[in-house]
Design a protein around this ligand. Structure first.
Ligand SMILES: *Cc1c(COP(=O)(O)O)cnc(C)c1O
Length: 370
């Protein structure tokens, strides 16, 4: 007889650690909310596009009714934008929802899921939540080792998670390498290609993963409105896959998993190309500024293709938490990544120019007195 509730594999889960909200840091450190800079959750520093705010305000009058469970208009907009039929699209309450649903749709308890060391925390959570077996493949230069991941696939593997670019490391796998990998993955193994930051990629790094979906029936591409599209608080993500996989996801998702406001805002954001371009340009400029500051401070960092940078702030295992605390006291929230096995590092989201400056000067002060 067990004396605890719940399966042991659920009790073994370490809950997800989110970036600290501004209000919490203000309370804890006695700071003025307006002066706090949050660079902890890879949100778009420009906030929501105005087009999306207007669409959301209009949709507010419809909130007495349930959302469109099939999100007809948002799917139609995505279908047109990405050139796939609507029945290849699944919407999620954030792409986090997609990752969870995919794990439940493709994998049974006791089967295995392959993902890379230092890859997105949700892959481990989704695996553990199922009672599935995690096969964690050691990273190379903080990125995915695709050959080793391929070799790690066993008879009972049903899913491989690949993040490109990866969070929290920012590493990027070039299109041709990824395509060669997909061609070698056995057909009984689904691949979830998590492209949460794809809109930030410069033109020369882009590849056409939607075209791969047409060729590989075991591929699911996951995207989000939370990052470059600026809608993190609304929670919208989507998956593109052939109907066989999409149909499985559709059976498991909650019928109303994307709310009315989110559906309206996402359509507007999707069509706001000017906002996306502005976001990517601001990000590229901020990346140059942050990495130049790290170089000047002699800090190692991982070259990033996302809207964040992983930087090493000390040599001892307490360095990340120590520097994080010093930054919090100065009103700067970044993300410690000890939970990823990176206790000497911090992940900082690229912000507005003035936010980047506030972070850099707080970091300089902290390191000067360390
Ligand atoms: C942020 C992020 C997501 C999920 O974001 P949602 O807000 O749930 O859409 C998924 N994958 C990676 C790699 C991320 O960094």
């Amino acid at each position: 007889m067990t004396t605890s509730f719940g399966p042991s594999y659920v009790r073994a889960i370490a809950p997800y650690i989110a970036g600290k909200p501004i209000s919490e840091v203000a309370r804890e450190f006695g700071l003025d909310e307006a002066k706090i800079v949050k660079l902890a959750s890879n949100e778009n520093p420009l906030g929501m596009p105005e087009s999306a705010q207007r669409a959301m305000a209009q949709a507010a009058s419809e909130l007495g009714r349930y959302p469109d469970a099939n999100a007809f208009e948002l799917k139609a907009a995505l279908s047109e934008r990405y050139g796939v039929p609507s029945d290849w699209i699944t919407l999620g309450n954030g792409s986090n929802d997609i990752l969870e649903i995919a794990a439940h749709a493709f994998v049974e308890k006791g089967q295995s899921i392959v993902y890379a060391q230092y890859s997105f925390a949700v892959y481990a959570l989704a695996t553990q939540g199922l009672g599935a077996r995690a096969i964690v493949v050691p990273a190379v230069k903080f990125g995915h080792d695709l050959d080793a991941m391929l070799a790690a696939i066993t008879d009972d593997t049903r899913l491989v998670f690949v993040a490109n670019p990866n969070n929290p490391t920012g590493t990027f796998i070039e299109g041709p390498k990824l395509e060669a990998f997909l061609a070698k993955v056995p057909r009984h193994v689904a691949v979830v290609l998590d492209e949460a930051y794809t809109e930030y990629l410069p033109a020369e790094k882009r590849y056409d993963s939607i075209e791969w979906v047409r060729r590989f029936p075991n591929l699911l591409v996951s995207r989000t409105f939370s990052k470059a599209f600026g809608l993190a608080g609304l929670r919208v993500g989507f998956a593109i896959a052939q109907p066989e996989l999409t149909d499985l996801l559709n059976r498991l998702r909650q019928p109303f998993n994307v709310n009315t406001l989110a559906q309206a805002a996402a359509i507007a954001a999707l069509n706001d190309r000017a906002f996306l371009e502005k976001s990517a340009a601001l990000n590229a400029q901020g990346y140059r500024r942050l990495t130049e500051a790290f170089d000047k401070l002699g800090l190692e960092y991982v070259p990033s293709d996302g809207n964040f940078v992983l930087v090493r702030v000390g040599d001892d295992d307490a360095a990340g938490n120590r520097v994080n605390l010093a930054l919090l006291k100065q009103g700067v929230i970044v993300r410690p990544v000890g939970n990823y096995g990176l206790p000497q590092w911090l992940r900082v989201t690229i912000g507005l120019p003035e936010e980047n400056e506030a972070f850099i000067s707080a970091l300089e002060k902290t390191l000067a007195t360390a």
